[in-house]
Design a protein around this ligand. Structure first.
Ligand code: EZ4
Ligand code: CO
Length: 402
């Protein structure tokens, strides 16, 4: 069997997605997500202009060798654009291998470690009362884990607060939205939210929160301490994730479990965090961390140190990535939790899939391969829309981490 084509499909059913479709001479094909929010066309070009010529004629069964060829074989390696492109190739090849074997991908990864995949939903509100009510709505709908975010007084465009019900979509058309950030207002406000959620809804569910890289290490340590009584499953991205040693300081001060890694693209990005046991959950995803092949390697290292997975699953990770994630989540021993935000009906129409959601859990389904596809005719109805993620500034106008 040989690869005869590798097509990059850019489509925007309510938001942009980049999908790689690898086609073989026997007609079997596979799909991989290549979406990098706000930088979509950079990955599309990397794939079309630089990777596609390397794939034509290769054996689609040689997944590991192709991964090594695209990683080691490139002098300029790592980085989100490169690793997202490699992820798309890798994911599509796992899809092909599953289809050829007649097996769902989780079976190729060693089979089931669990019956179902625990997810967390996103509760958000413009006031504490609204967010508390939203948490209740998720619990009533059967979710056993909920992330809670609330608008911070004095902050414009708080991360995690949207106007579209279950969905939070930070990217917008035109130039980046300018948001304002105040660490003082945030730190004053956040503990009140979690006190109120636990007072109203009790302790019998997992509660999560995303700081989205906004704090200094000592501020994060203080927040972790303040939130200890509310027993979070984890506090996500308390500090800018690339500063691995920052987590040492956080760890010295608080027992609130820590998660990070949605922006990581390589095992090197989280090596120290895992081996020094500075985090409890690693949030690397299939699409942004080199595909199923590389994510498995990260999770195998994590397993050795008692670190669990907590995969990124916002709506900018396409249904193709989510399908791949559910296979990995089903198979790996140290799965922790999967982030889950439903895609829009327009997105669902472009990406038919066999994985399914029920009662706070995802199931991979038993279709061969990933069990997800792209309807190219439907995709063609939604041309690319230039969009950016927001930026954040402090009150004096200087830049802050978004
Ligand atoms: O801001 O995926 O935990 N989820 C997140 C996301 C990220 C977006 C960026 O594209 O932090 O909402
Ligand atoms: Co996050």
């Amino acid at each position: 069997m040989k690869i005869v084509d590798a097509r990059v499909i850019v489509t925007s059913p309510d938001r942009n997605f980049v999908t790689l479709k690898i086609v073989t001479d026997e007609g079997v094909y596979g799909v991989g997500d290549a979406t990098l929010n706000g930088r979509e066309l950079a990955v599309a070009s990397y794939l079309t202009d630089h990777v596609r010529p390397l794939l034509i004629g290769r054996d689609p069964a040689a997944i590991e060798d192709t991964w090594q060829y695209l990683y080691r074989g490139a002098y300029w390696r790592r980085g989100p654009v490169t690793m997202t492109a490699i992820a798309a190739v890798d994911t599509a090849l796992w899809d092909i291998k599953g289809k050829v074997a007649g097996l769902p991908v989780y079976q190729l990864l060693g089979g089931r470690s669990r019956d179902r995949v625990l997810v967390y939903g996103h509760a958000q509100g413009s006031t504490v009362a609204e967010t508390v009510a939203e948490v209740g709505r998720y619990l009533d709908a059967g979710y056993r884990a909920v992330r809670a975010q609330t608008a911070v007084p004095g902050v414009s465009g708080t991360y995690g607060i949207g106007s579209d019900g279950d969905r939070y979509e930070p990217a917008s058309a035109g130039l980046p939205e300018e948001t304002r950030w105040s660490t003082r207002n945030y730190l004053d406000h956040a503990p009140e939210l979690f006190a109120e959620i636990r007072r109203v809804h009790g302790n019998d569910f997992d509660l999560l929160h995303d700081v989205h890289h906004r704090l200094s290490p000592i501020e994060a340590a203080g927040l972790g301490k303040a939130l200890e009584p509310y027993r979070l499953l984890y506090l996500e991205d308390p500090t800018p994730a690339e500063d691995q040693t920052a987590f040492r300081l956080i760890r010295q001060h608080t027992t609130t479990p820590i998660a990070t890694g949605e922006v990581f693209n390589s095992i090197i990005d989280c090596q120290r965090l895992i081996t020094e046991r500075l985090i409890d959950y690693v949030r690397t995803s299939v699409v942004h961390a080199g595909g199923i092949t590389h994510l498995r390697r990260i999770l195998a290292l994590a397993e050795l140190y008692g670190v669990r997975s907590g995969a990124h699953g916002a709506t900018d990770l396409s249904p193709v990535c989510l399908a791949a994630a559910v296979h990995v989540d089903t198979a790996v021993p140290n799965f922790g939790i999967q982030e889950y935000m439903p895609h829009t009906p327009a997105t669902d129409a472009v990406f038919p899939r066999s994985h399914w959601f029920d009662n706070g859990h995802l199931h991979p389904g038993d279709a061969p391969g990933l069990g997800v596809d792209i309807d190219e005719e439907a995709a063609a109805e939604h041309p690319y829309q230039p969009a950016y993620l927001p930026v954040a500034r402090l009150h004096d106008g200087s830049m802050h981490d978004w």
